[in-house]
Design a protein around this ligand. Sequence first.
Ligand code: PLP
Length: 393
Amino acid sequence: MNFVEEGNKYLVGNYSRFPVSFEKGEGVYLYDTEGKKYLDFLAGIAVNTLGYNHPKLTNAICEQSKKLLHVSNLFYIQPQINVAKILVENSSGDKVFFSNSGAEANEAAIKMVRKYFYDKGQHKYEMITFKGGFHGRTLKTLAATAQPKYHEGFEPLPEGFRYAEFNNIKSVKENISSKTAAVMIELIQGEGGINPADKEFVNELYNLCKQEDILFVVDEVQTGIGRTGKIFAYQHYGIEPDIITSAKGLGGGIPIGATIAKEEVAKSLTPGTHGSTFGGNYIASVSAEVVLKEITKPEFLEKVSKNGKYLAERLKEFNFNVKGIGLMVGMDLPENINASEIVKKSLENGLILGTAGKNTLRFVPPLVINEKEIDEGIDILKKVLTWFGVNYA
Ligand code: PLP
């Protein structure tokens, strides 16, 4: 049996997988089991911040694995404290809770919100989230995800979520009730199609939340950790969220999630109210520490911004709508060109891409990508799009 047959025999069929299996990676390149080389513009879906086989990350993981992998959160874990310190020093938060994924980071945020108002003796538990948003696959984060296609077959979903139109303050106001506890927003909707929130909308939303005693939660699972050229995307908007959630790029490929909250909100999670066996263990934390030390260098973030602009400029040569911030870029395709088909054909030609939303190509390469590698990807994409009849000259 080859890996496709064997995989289909033993794995739950909840993913549509390409018939490719990778063996190793180096920088922004991956190599499959046949030795074929691929340029990676997807980075494990916005995860592999430092690319593949980054010497500092690989070394830190190897060295830590010789000492300790895991001991539990019944003890203090120095690398976890180090990561929390860096996150706090670089955000509006004061305290950090660690988990293993984006969905878990958001679950913790939802629990914090509820417990915060419970402790204040207020019966406020509803959260306003946004149509086209994505917050995870656990039942609660699914309920927070205002996209019916993900709900089908899983109802009844937990209650307590209201869905507003993205970039529409009137719609938010219409959804506020006496029970509204928080809004949760992706400042650039990732899965929804790489849709950035308008600055004016975010400012109005932020002020509205302040006026109405509503907590402001940003889901930075995809946008955070340098992806947009700032450590967190909210830093482009001049706001100070009450809770920030992070995962994906934080561990550079090792699973780790973080819920970063202001002191008064964080203190609602007292001993026994929440937890995670693995959250922020040694191996995950040393990885996150390396990633954070790299991305917090100003020259690193400057390069992300510069290369992000370069990627967007190059993509504009196709004359389609290009959107996003930093190295989180989307290109809308017309209806007659299927984004999934482009992804398939690009893969055959050695370029790994993703899709998002209705018919958008998603570009979220490792943050260490350079101009030459971007050019190489654009050349492949030009070849592929030409087959589909696109004129880019
Ligand atoms: N939030 C956002 C914005 C995401 O993009 C994702 C994953 O795509 C999640 C949450 C869920 O993260 P995970 O798959 O790690 O649970």
